[in-house]
Design a protein around this ligand. Structure first.
Ligand SMILES: [Zn+2]
Length: 341
């Protein structure tokens, strides 16, 4: 329980957005839920700047880290859960997360090392030059520096209800952006804490890990399921809330389809590796500085095109490339000839 004086400025049932600084994206949103139990949802990345901003944001609401009673999290990325162990240590708060995220937290260092190896192999297999892979080490150093193993006190499962900040939140699995993406839904208020599942101003990437080669297909399915939910607001992991989520899902799916068309267009010129295709979709700076993200993006599309029978994957040694299937290529050539006429 929080001392009464401290609660004065924090209404039970209130939701406070605390913006924490984050390199590259600008900021991430931690959420303070006033009421019983006093809850911090997505505590943020583990670095001094973010911790200071968190402490400042809490103080403005008359709260200290030590008062937090429950920590919840939307997914496994360090910009969301990096501070979970710190908050738990300082406050004695219970950490309640879905089982897969609890496992990830407990095995953080081993999982990070395995993901790094897998991702470097994935990039090499899909045409990223060794020197570009070597430069990408900075991303992994950032993740290692901003995360930490954390213990969980309660393991949540799909459909569970958890009491947090005077409200009841329902646990809904929405894998895609990461394997552990979770919506925490207040059905009464029509509000969902959505993490990076759906963001208002940027499209979410879809991480490929050893267990999850088809993350983009999984993500699109998750998005469609979210679109059918009666929600007034999705409180997101970065940037503003999403208010018309079904409309936004439609536009995200349309953007996805447009990018798939561009990939088919690129393959019309002949077989290519995923990284080579990325070179046709983004600037040289983007492709060089974010090789893993662009490979995830292109492979996500190729996987779906492969599933639709439009694309064939070729494997020579440990090198992968893709080409249009015979009939898709013919259709592509026909449409090009028609354009020229
Ligand atoms: Zn994320």
């Amino acid at each position: 329980m929080v001392a009464l004086g401290l609660r004065r400025r924090l209404r039970p049932g209130s939701i406070a957005q605390i913006r924490l600084p984050l390199r590259h994206i600008g900021s991430m949103n931690a959420w303070l839920l006033g009421g019983d139990p006093l809850t911090l949802l997505d505590p943020g990345p583990r670095n001094d700047e973010a911790l200071c901003a968190l402490e400042r944001g809490l103080r403005r609401r008359g709260v200290r880290v030590e008062h937090i009673e429950l920590v919840l999290a939307t997914h496994q990325h360090v910009d969301h859960v990096g501070l979970a162990a710190t908050v738990r240590r300082r406050s004695g708060a219970q950490v309640a997360v879905v089982s897969a995220l609890a496992r990830f937290g407990a095995e953080f260092e081993a999982r990070l090392a395995a993901d790094r190896r897998f991702s470097n192999d994935l990039m090499a297999a899909h045409g990223v030059p060794p020197e570009v892979i070597a430069e990408g080490g900075e991303l992994w150093d950032f993740i290692a520096a901003n995360g930490e193993c954390f213990e969980s006190d309660r393991r949540l499962a799909e459909g569970d209800r958890v009491r947090a900040g005077g409200r009841e939140l329902r646990v809904v699995a929405r894998p895609g952006h990461s394997a552990t993406d979770t919506l925490l839904v207040d059905d009464v208020a029509g509000v969902a804490f959505a993490g990076d599942h759906l963001l208002a101003t940027i499209s979410s990437n879809t991480e490929i890990d050893p267990q999850r080669p088809r993350s983009r297909a999984e993500y699109l399915q998750s998005l469609r399921r979210t679109a059918t939910m009666p929600l007034a607001r999705l409180l997101t992991g970065h940037g503003p809330a999403v208010t018309h989520h079904a409309e936004l899902v439609r536009s995200r799916i349309a953007e996805h389809a447009a990018r798939s068309d561009r990939i088919v267009h690129v393959l019309g010129d002949g077989p290519a590796a995923a990284y080579e295709i990325a070179g046709h979709l983004w600037s040289p700076e983007t492709v060089r500085s974010q090789p893993l993200l662009v490979v995830w993006e292109v492979l996500g599309h190729l996987d779906l095109l492969h599933g639709m029978g439009s694309v064939v994957e070729h494997v020579e040694g440990d090198r992968h490339s893709f080409s249009l299937r015979g009939d898709a290529l013919e259709a592509r050539t026909r449409s090009r000839l028609a354009l020229r006429r």
